[in-house]
Design a protein around this ligand. Sequence first.
Ligand SMILES: C[S@@+](CC[C@H](N)C(=O)[O-])C[C@H]1O[C@@H](n2cnc3c(N)ncnc32)[C@H](O)[C@@H]1O
Length: 321
Amino acid sequence: MSDLFCTSSPEITKSYSRESSYIILHGDANESLKDIPSESIQLIVSSPPYNIGKEYEKGIVLKEYLESMTPVLEGMVRILSQEGSICWQVGNYVDNGEIVPLDICFYPIFKSLGLKMRNRIIWHFDHGLHASKRFSGRYETICWFTKSDSYVFNLDPVRVPSKYPGKTHFKGEKRGLPSGNPLGKNPSDFWKTVEQDWDRLIWEIPNVKANHPEKTIHPCQFPIELVQRCILALSNENDFVLDPFGGAGTIMIAAMMHKRKAIICEKEEKYIEITMQRINDYSNGRLKIRPLGKPVYSPSGKEKVSQIPILWSDEKEKITK
Ligand SMILES: C[S@@+](CC[C@H](N)C(=O)[O-])C[C@H]1O[C@@H](n2cnc3c(N)ncnc32)[C@H](O)[C@@H]1O
């Protein structure tokens, strides 16, 4: 792995230093966070292991899982600046067909550490496993917490165009004048997968699955767009952002794109290698990034896969009789 740290710009260091802009800490997050000074990080965006048997985790009972995560959360809160934020992205823990939404479990822990929740964002996507004994899960959540009441929140860089920009005040001094904001509207706490995103009305971020341009071998990496949005709204240029469960290094790429500094912790060497590869590709203009605002593909209905198979006509008749 050490060879990968010798690549050209940008310089990546493998131990914490206040002077470094990009730091990758290989090892257990709980230990790595101990090297980072208190209140030095503006934003943490992370998706922890969900304890659902992914290749990088051992499934353990929920109580043990939460207990094992608590020291990491404590470390995160210690290093978070007073104006800082944590975006904690989780889905469901599944136990023998019963689901436990993990945000419900994590909320009291964050609350007991003094954090304040500002939004529980629904991240909706249109793809995933088709369940047979419950409705198919098509959303996860991002819980946004702040350390204090005085926190960074830059709405303007993440505004989306209003649906009705021509709306006007209907009474008072401003009667007849536009009632909206020329920069667009607040993107809301529902990050919806429908048709268009970012600069095309609706804020939509597909999840990174097989045919997404950003896909690596990592089983559950963030879409860069999702992290970009958090970074633009909740940090300023030159701030440090961090992901204690760094995976394929998405937060570092997004930080580079928006002039932030970044730290990631990751226990698996193979994911650090992917991160380094992505950083090199990004620096050389070769990283495939789904552009902000690119419409999500919606079938025209003419494609073969959009057609109802002829074989199904009998089946349908049987069901509707
Ligand atoms: C859900 S993935 C994060 C993906 C990441 N957000 C991205 O965009 O690529 C969780 C990652 O945490 C790593 N991980 C799990 N337990 C860890 C620990 N105790 N310390 C450091 N990394 C850990 C896993 O190897 C995995 O890559």
